[in-house]
Design a binder for this molecule. Structure first.
Ligand SMILES: C[S@@+](CC[C@H](N)C(=O)[O-])C[C@H]1O[C@@H](n2cnc3c(N)ncnc32)[C@H](O)[C@@H]1O
Ligand code: SF4
Length: 395
């Protein structure tokens, strides 16, 4: 696949995201909506029942093309608990034949038996949080698994017959040498998975990493991140197709759920902190476990905020999201506004943005965020149709 038409088609697909927030302990760099089990007790069964209740509160919809269990650590739940959630989605909306059912997993939870049991309940894609094959880098990231556990988790997934096995990597951890990163990439490619995601380590506000950096610890270095990204692109070469800034896959094995979100398609989010995009309206759930449970158990929808973007905001968003894909995005009105601006012309003459037939393509993926910021700053060609209503609620 990987052709632009198929990427654009994902705009008409429907997906669901289910957030499973539990982690044995929070990693120092992570700012996702996480319940740290080292600090807070939680009943998995109570949370699963709340997700089922939230699913039954959602108005009916058409059948789903993709379901993504994200986290947190969804692989912490038992196959029986994950199966209950899948059944509730199937009963409420239907799952299309061949739907992508994906789960994020930590290598330390991913035994052969667990992998086989999750295949049995219909999960067909797994994303393993390997991060690095260097034990010193894993220790700096606060991860509990070692490289041998990462390799075993991949083999378990491959043996269990998952359609897609993805490895998540992080590059640019302070202290990680270029040689260490090179060896991680080689080890990942040697495992012959059919999907790879790699992210630059980001210092998120409010995390233990950001407090350490504030107190003088080294931060990820921009030049080092750029070198490592370029090294990665060259090392992957044509082993996997580069289809999004941070994602590579065999053709046809791209993540359908993510393709839907980048194509501005619609999805329902369940669980704490989950976001939804339905009928052009974006909503987000409360981020605290107690608030989420209390609301859902009283039959109150757990939304904390709602945005109904106007026409121009949606058009800018379409281009902003679509530019992440290596095949780019149909230029449309926002693309025309960018190309008509002095900044847009500079980006084209510097070779950062290319026009390929009717599409805008970022030719230098490292600069995608900078181009996206320019798109978000574009003024509407006419002043009408740009109302934004925002009604934040309790969080
Ligand atoms: C939120 S985690 C959830 C899956 C699983 N718990 C894990 O850690 O692999 C999903 C991915 O986000 C990425 N990630 C999380 N925080 C990050 C950060 N601050 N910088 C870069 N990548 C990050 C990691 O690669 C991780 O695999
Ligand atoms: S990176 Fe993954 S394992 Fe670590 S705290 Fe975040 S969600 Fe949990």
């Amino acid at each position: 696949m990987n052709d632009s038409a198929t990427l654009d088609d994902a705009a008409s697909e429907r997906a669901a995201y289910v957030h499973i927030p539990f982690c044995h302990r929070r990693c120092p760099y992570c700012d996702f909506a996480v319940v740290d089990l080292a600090e807070e007790q939680a009943s998995f069964d109570r949370y699963v029942a709340a997700i089922e209740a939230e699913v039954s509160m959602e108005p009916e919809w058409l059948p789903l093309h993709a379901v993504n269990f994200g986290g947190g650590t969804p692989s912490i739940l038992s196959p029986e608990q994950l199966g209950r959630i899948l059944r509730s989605l199937d009963d409420r909306f239907g799952l299309l034949p061949g739907a992508e059912i994906s789960i994020e997993a930590n290598p330390e939870d991913w035994t052969e038996q667990h992998a086989a049991a999750l295949r049995q309940i219909g999960i067909n894609r797994v994303s393993l949080g390997v991060q690095s094959f260097d034990p010193q880098v894993l220790a700096k990231l606060g991860r509990v698994h070692d490289p041998a556990a990462a390799v075993a988790s991949v083999r378990n997934a491959q043996r269990a017959g998952f359609n897609v096995v993805n490895l998540d990597l992080i590059f640019g951890t302070p202290g990680e040498s270029v040689q260490s990163w090179h060896e991680t990439v080689v080890a990942a490619l040697d495992l012959a998975t059919n999907h790879l995601s790699a992210y630059a380590l980001t210092v998120e506000l409010g995390t233990a990493l950001s407090r350490a950096v504030r107190d003088g610890a080294p931060a990820p270095n921009e030049d080092d991140l750029a070198d490592k990204y370029e090294h990665l692109v060259a090392a992957v070469g044509d082993r996997l197709a580069h289809y999004e800034v941070s994602n590579w896959a065999d053709p046809g094995r791209e993540c359908r759920y993510n393709l839907t979100t980048w194509a501005q398609g619609e999805y329902l989010g369940f669980g704490l902190g989950a976001h939804s995009h339905r009928d052009g309206v974006r909503t987000r759930n409360v981020r605290r476990l107690d608030g989420y449970l209390q609301r859902v158990e009283r039959d109150v929808p757990p939304q904390a905020g709602r945005e109904a973007p106007g026409q121009w905001d949606r058009e800018r968003e379409r281009v902003y999201l679509g530019l992440r894909r290596r095949a780019g995005v149909v230029a449309g009105a926002a693309g025309a506004a960018l190309l008509g601006s002095a900044t847009g012309q500079r980006l084209v003459s510097a070779g950062v943005v290319e026009v390929v037939e009717d599409r805008l393509v970022v030719a230098r993926p490292l600069l995608t965020d900078a181009v996206a910021r320019e798109v978000l700053a574009l003024s509407p060609p006419h002043s009408a149709g740009n109302a934004l209503s925002l009604s934040p609620g309790e969080c």
